[in-house]
Design a protein around this ligand. Structure first.
Ligand SMILES: [Zn+2]
Length: 328
């Protein structure tokens, strides 16, 4: 790979990169660390019709409601090449004034068509693609073309996904490429954790490849893991946990979720917890009347957390300070 000036410059700076440019730690404000606000129709929509969030005006409205409730930023977890609506994310951020940190990387491989470049590119080519999205700008036509049209807006972190099939050769290659890119560009890696997967084995692979556990954010362990054994091992290793089974009553109620936060705080891990809603179309109010909405965490769940003894300082950590430490 040829190291360009843009790559060199971005790599040496530890900063928060939103789709509208770098932002200061203070500007980040209240941040939900795993959301979806724009998602075009693709293989994932064929599997689950709720995985389509493609009306930009509705997404802007949803982001404005979030802003009104006190939200300031989100980490957008749809990676390039997997129906990320790259230019629309810029528009949503400009119109709503919500900071959006977009992602490069990869999602579960069942969300790609069989002829997608994600299956055929080498570890080095994939790492190069991720690095270019982090340091030069994101590709807008990556659903079908490898490294085609690029815009100035950059990705702010690397999103990855661990499926229940675990580290097959394809996933191994992708995770190693993601680690290479994160190390090179000085960025962090977010990991979707699927039910029945083995996040500890992945932690081992990633740390052996040279990435610090403190640069890793494991997501959804509050619904993917049967109990707290694995989440606690991840925390002991120094990784961050992003918890988001909030207002998702088919998994468990909010009191159960709040008790998970309480339990992990009591065990001393309040500096490693992040929270979010992991929205789909079905959970965004501007798309689905009576849905919980992107502002649900602020308007409803924080009160539940307080009822479990979680303090304002701890909430500030989950929504701001810990996000900064996870990303910077
Ligand atoms: Zn997600």
């Amino acid at each position: 790979m040829e190291v360009t000036e843009a790559m060199q410059e971005t790599k040496t700076k530890r900063e928060l990169i939103s789709v509208c440019g770098p932002i200061s730690p203070k500007e980040l404000g209240f941040c939900q660390s795993h959301e979806h606000l724009a998602l075009s129709k693709g293989r994932s929509w064929e599997i689950n019709p709720d995985l389509c969030i493609d009306d930009t005006d509705k997404s802007i409205l949803e982001a404005c409601l979030y802003r009104e409730a006190g939200g300031s930023a989100i980490l957008e977890a749809q990676p390039g090449g997997c129906n990320r609506m790259t230019e629309e994310l810029v528009r949503i951020s400009e119109k709503s004034k919500v900071h959006i940190l977009a992602s490069t990387g990869f999602h579960k491989l069942c969300f790609y068509y069989g002829d997608h470049w994600i299956f055929s590119r080498s570890q080095d080519e994939l790492a190069d693609f991720f690095i270019r999205e982090l340091t030069e700008g994101m590709f807008t036509d990556a659903d079908t073309i490898f490294a085609g049209k690029q815009i100035r807006a950059k990705a702010g972190f690397v999103k990855t996904a661990l499926d229940s099939c675990n580290l097959t050769p394809d996933y191994r290659r992708l995770f190693l490429a993601a680690a290479d890119a994160a190390i090179f560009a000085g960025r962090s890696v977010m990991i979707h954790v699927e039910k029945d997967s083995d996040p500890l084995k992945l932690l081992d692979l990633l740390t052996r490849s040279g990435i610090a556990p403190t640069r890793l954010i494991f997501c959804h362990t509050d619904r993917a893991c049967p109990n707290l054994d694995i989440p606690l091992e991840l925390l002991r290793a120094g990784a961050f946990l992003e918890l988001d089974t909030i207002g998702r009553f088919k998994y468990h109620d909010d009191l159960t979720e709040a008790s998970i936060f309480q339990n992990l705080v009591e065990k001393g891990y309040e500096d490693q917890l992040l929270f979010s809603l992991d929205t789909t179309q079905a959970r965004l109010r501007s798309y689905t009347p009576n849905a919980v909405g992107l502002d649900y965490l602020l308007l409803v769940f924080l009160e539940q957390l307080r009822g479990f003894g979680i303090t304002s300082e701890q909430i500030s950590k989950f929504s701001h300070e810990n996000v900064l430490r996870a990303l910077l």
